[in-house]
Design a protein around this ligand. Structure first.
Ligand code: ADE
Length: 233
C-alpha cells in the first residue's frame, strides 16, 4: 500500500518511519511512503504558498494554486489515489476508518499549515476529511502520521501476528481488558489469579468482564454502542 504525504515539512513526517514496525513494513514492501511539496508547484516567483484570508482574520492560509497543481499531478499519475485532508473541522477518525482505508491501494494525506487551506481545494479534491480530535495542532502532519500508523497496522503483513488485531480496543466498540507480564509480584501487586492459570475459557470471560468495566468507566458511549449492536445481532 502506498502513502503520499502532501506537506511543506517532510522532515516532520520522515523521522517517524525510520524505526520500529513501520520501518520494517517499508523494508518488507508492505507499505511505501513518498512526499510532495506544494512549494515545488508554486508559480509565485518567491515560491510562496500562503496568503492572508479574505474577510480578515488572524494568520495566513495555504493558497489554492500550489495545492491544486500538486494534487492534479498526483491524480493524473495515480487516478485511483484516495485523497484525505486533515483538519480539526471534520468528522473524527476512528478504528473502523483505519480498517476500511487499509484496503485502498494509494492514500494521499494533505496536511494544512498556517491557519488552514483555501476551502475550494478541499471541495475540488477531498475524498474524505478527518479530524484526529477536538484540539488544534500547529499543522496536519501529526494528524496524517496518526492516520498512516493506524491504517498501516491493518495492512496484511505489517504486524507479525495477525492475532494482535483481533483482541484489541474498539473491536465490537469495547476497550481492551488490562494485560500483565512478568514478574508475578510487582510492588506487592499481582495480576488476577485467573490470568496465571491456564483455563482459557475462564480467562476469556474475566477479560470480557474487565473490558466491559473499563469501557463503562472511560467510554460509556462506546458501551451503549456495543449494547445496541448486541441487541441487533
Ligand atoms: N490540523 C490541526 N488540528 C488538527 C486536528 N485536530 N485533526 C486533524 N488535523 C488537524
Amino acid at each position: 500500500m502506498r502513502f503520499t504525504f502532501v506537506t511543506l515539512f517532510r522532515n516532520i513526517v520522515e523521522g517517524y518511519f525510520s524505526d520500529s514496525i513501520l520501518k520494517r513494513a517499508i523494508q518488507n514492501n508492505h507499505i511505501s511512503i513518498d512526499f510532495v511539496s506544494p512549494r515545488d508547484f508554486s508559480t509565485n516567483k518567491h515560491k510562496k504558498t500562503d496568503d492572508t484570508a479574505f474577510g480578515g482574520g488572524a494568520g495566513m492560509l495555504m493558497t489554492p494554486q500550489p495545492l491544486y497543481d500538486a494534487l492534479d499531478a498526483i491524480k493524473k499519475a495515480s487516478p485511483q489515489a484516495h485523497i484525505v485532508f486533515l483538519t480539526p473541522v471534520a468528522k473524527p477518525f476512528v478504528q473502523n476508518d483505519a480498517k476500511r482505508l487499509a484496503k485502498k491501494e494509494h492514500i494521499v494525506f494533505v496536511s494544512g499549515r498556517y491557519e488552514g487551506i483555501d476551502e475550494r481545494i478541499v471541495e475540488l479534491f477531498a475524498d474524505e476529511v478527518f479530524s484526529i480530535g477536538d484540539y488544534i495542532l500547529t499543522g496536519g502532519e501529526l494528524a496524517s502520521m496518526v492516520l498512516c500508523d493506524a491504517i498501516s497496522r491493518n495492512v496484511e503483513g505489517v504486524l507479525g501476528n495477525s492475532d494482535s488485531l483481533t483482541e484489541e480496543s474498539f473491536n465490537e466498540s469495547l476497550l481492551e481488558a488490562p494485560s500483565f507480564t512478568k514478574p508475578q509480584n510487582f510492588h506487592s501487586l499481582t495480576p488476577p489469579k485467573e490470568f496465571l492459570k491456564g483455563n482459557h475459557s475462564k480467562i476469556r470471560s474475566l477479560k470480557f468482564a474487565l473490558s466491559i468495566t473499563k469501557t463503562k468507566y472511560f467510554r460509556p458511549e462506546q458501551l451503549r454502542k456495543h449494547n445496541s449492536m448486541e441487541k441487533l445481532s
